[in-house]
Write a protein that binds this ligand. Structure first.
Ligand code: PRX
Length: 637
């Protein structure tokens, strides 16, 4: 496979960037020409950020799986599409060629059809990182069903919220999942969730851990039995459903600053083009290379850069079931060594965690196959950047620090591997097609270099979200109402003297804990569900490994004699309601919270206290009761 739109030099980049700004439609049409369409578009772009409405490639017809599978069969049929490494290093890995993957996707797509799934139906997927997860999402896409993948670490309540919001009619899950030393009982968690989900008519359960499960008659089916049925039918092919460019491809829930997570909606054509373009360019993928992204498919990084980006490019994508520290902190390096990995794309939190084990686990591993490294999910501190560069990349591999979001569908600001001059801690420059703008609090553009402000994007790009599921007004409010005619990212950003971008972190009430996005309001709601809690306030604080930790201030109706137990119970409640990733790291029981006269909690003060910056609390005279602050400070000591 060749990529005629792959940037080869910094001059190429500059030229592509210029063209993408002067003639965005022409630019993206040229890229899109290299894909397989059932019918080409009438118009490349229709948009306004007011309503807002964004449509790419209107009138075009396609199916993303024909681009990820069918079109590769001729030349890449025997090439590995997915290399799968299990959690347990003793278990055998699997290699799935493009032909195998095509067959398996068609087979499972027929299973879905046999169970009544139709174009437009929503399917919830709650599985561990096994190849069947990739097969499941592609099978949905094959028949035009909309997948909504829920990360295996979320609780029954979180799953139920997501299933109800999307009104899913079918669920695909596993008996259990292996993640490091843990077995997660997925089916049993799903059973709890489904008590509140009458829309779900069928549940398909794939075997992985052989954990005992209960199967409900008429509703629950084994994946393997269903496959056998398709085999007895003689494995008929499964023609791809013809999709409109703007038909929904998937929903992925993510946290915002208020209320419940929202369903970010991505559509077929624009997302496909963008995931592919950004994959091929950022990582400078060359045919035959082995590419390894350590994310979970439950997050957008896995959607775009384990599944759709690499597969649409005919790449070999490595999928790892486990975690970087199991059975020991040398696991990632062993995988790199074992499969001669060329590109490793991971998260700062993983790098920091592995750094803390020293160089022992790295020594004596052959990392000479590595050519390119990548980072995503949160700001990467310079120490971690240099450690990655020197000890993993041996000083010779470029690092791409990729900034993007669930909403953007793909990478937005990043160095292009080996082409853009890098600077530690900087996501550097926007990819072609991306028009960033920094604004001050009032929405005034901050022009020139050496400025800091809120990061917005002023022109659509093909991978951007099109709506929030079932609530278009929320979409407008969240992203387009803060600043007129701009998409607001929620991130703060610095543009330095070289015009390089450095993302400084969220400016809203969203935390980034180990690269996972968590809304403070969500955690507060969960804490407030705990018996005896009157009110709570949650803020982030700097954490050596996680980037940010969760600090909760909680007011109780009455104090028990065992405060430590109360705190543990509260943390447990949060884990049960949202999932273990949202468990507060620190809980402080307080008598009151700093509020303004109008009743607004002053989080700025709580943040400072959580950071231990007790002498710089700023002006507290506008507080209803300034003595509360002293009390909280004392309670912390
Ligand atoms: O704050 C930014 C941070 O992660 C947020 C998006 O989170 P999510 O939608 O879960 O997607 C994560 C994976 C794409 C952003 O608003 N973020 C992501 N990448 C970076 C980053 N912050 C700094 N540098 C990055 N490279």
């Amino acid at each position: 496979m060749s990529y005629p739109y792959q940037i080869k030099s910094i001059e190429d980049y500059q030229q592509a960037y210029q063209q993408s700004v002067i003639d965005p439609e022409g630019f993206w049409a040229n890229v899109a020409d290299h894909f397989y369409w059932r019918r080409k578009w009438d118009k490349v772009l229709d948009w306004n950020f007011k309503d807002p409405e964004i449509k790419w490639f209107t009138g075009a017809k396609l199916n993303i799986t024909e681009n990820c599978l069918d079109r590769h069969l001729g030349t890449l049929g025997n090439t590995p599409a997915i290399i799968w490494e299990p959690n347990d290093p003793e278990e055998h890995h699997r290699i799935i060629t493009y032909r195998d993957l095509y067959n398996k996707v068609c087979q499972f797509a027929n299973v879905l059809k046999n169970n009544g799934v139709k174009k437009g139906d929503r399917v919830c997927i709650y599985m561990g990182m096994i190849p069947e997860l990739a097969i499941a999402i592609l099978a949905c896409a094959r028949i035009g069903a909309v997948h909504s993948v829920v990360f295996g670490g979320f609780s029954a309540q979180s799953i139920a919220d997501r299933i109800q919001d999307a009104q899913c009619s079918l669920v695909i899950t596993c008996d259990g999942a292996y993640r490091g030393a843990k077995d997660i009982p997925l089916k049993s968690v799903m059973d709890d969730a489904l008590m509140a989900c009458p829309s779900v008519k069928k549940v398909i359960v794939c075997t992985r851990t052989r954990t005992p499960v209960s199967m409900l008659k008429g509703r629950d089916l084994w994946w393997e039995d269903e496959i056998k049925q398709v085999e007895t039918m003689g494995n008929p092919p499964c023609p791809a459903e013809e999709m409109d460019a703007e038909d929904l491809l998937f929903i992925l829930y993510t946290s915002g600053s208020t209320g419940k997570p929202k369903g970010v909606v991505h559509t077929c054509a624009g997302y496909m083009i963008y995931a592919n373009y950004t994959f091929v360019n950022t990582f400078q993928y060359q045919p035959g290379e082995v590419y390894f992204c350590t994310a979970d498919i439950g997050w957008i990084t896995g959607h775009s850069y384990i599944a759709y980006g690499p597969l649409s490019a005919g790449a070999t994508t490595l999928m790892f079931e486990g975690v970087p520290t199991y059975p020991d902190a040398g696991r990632l390096w062993e995988i790199v060594d074992k499969f001669r990995v060329n590109t490793l794309y991971t998260a700062p939190t993983a790098i920091r965690s592995l750094m803390s084990y020293g160089l022992g686990p790295v020594n004596h591993k052959d990392l000479s196959s590595l050519k390119k490294l990548g980072s995503v999910g949160e700001p990467i501190n310079e120490e971690a950047w240099h450690w990655f560069k020197d000890n993993i990349g041996k000083g010779k591999c470029p690092i791409v620090d990729t900034w993007w979001q669930t909403e953007t569908g793909g990478i937005m600001i990043t160095p292009i591997a080996g082409i853009t001059k890098e600077k530690p801690g900087y996501a550097t420059l926007p990819l072609p097609g991306v028009q960033p703008i920094l604004v001050d609090e009032n929405g005034k553009e901050l022009k020139g270099n050496g400025v800091s402000g809120n990061l917005c994007i002023k022109f659509p790009w093909p991978g951007m979200l099109r709506s929030t599921y079932g609530d278009h007004e929320r979409f407008r409010k969240t992203y387009f109402s803060t600043y007129e005619n701009l998409y607001f990212t929620g991130d703060g950003c610095l543009r330095d003297e070289d015009g390089y971008y450095r993302i400084t972190g969220r400016v809203d009430d969203v935390l980034n804990v180990s690269g996972h996005r968590i809304g403070t309001a969500e955690v507060e709601n969960a804490i407030n569900m705990h018996a005896g809690v009157v009110e709570s306030a949650v803020v982030g604080y700097p954490h050596d490994i996680k980037g940010q930790g969760i600090y909760a201030y909680v007011i109780m109706e009455r104090l028990t004699h065992d405060l430590e137990l109360t705190k543990k119970d509260i943390a447990q409640t949060v884990a049960r309601i949202i999932g273990p990733i949202a468990k507060p790291d620190k809980i402080q029981i307080v008598g009151g919270l700093p509020k303004t006269r109008s009743g607004k909690i002053m989080r700025r003060i709580l943040r400072k206290i959580a950071e231990n910056d007790l002498d710089n609390l700023g002006d507290i005279s506008t507080l209803l009761d300034p003595s509360v602050v002293e009390e909280i400070k004392k309670g912390k000591l």
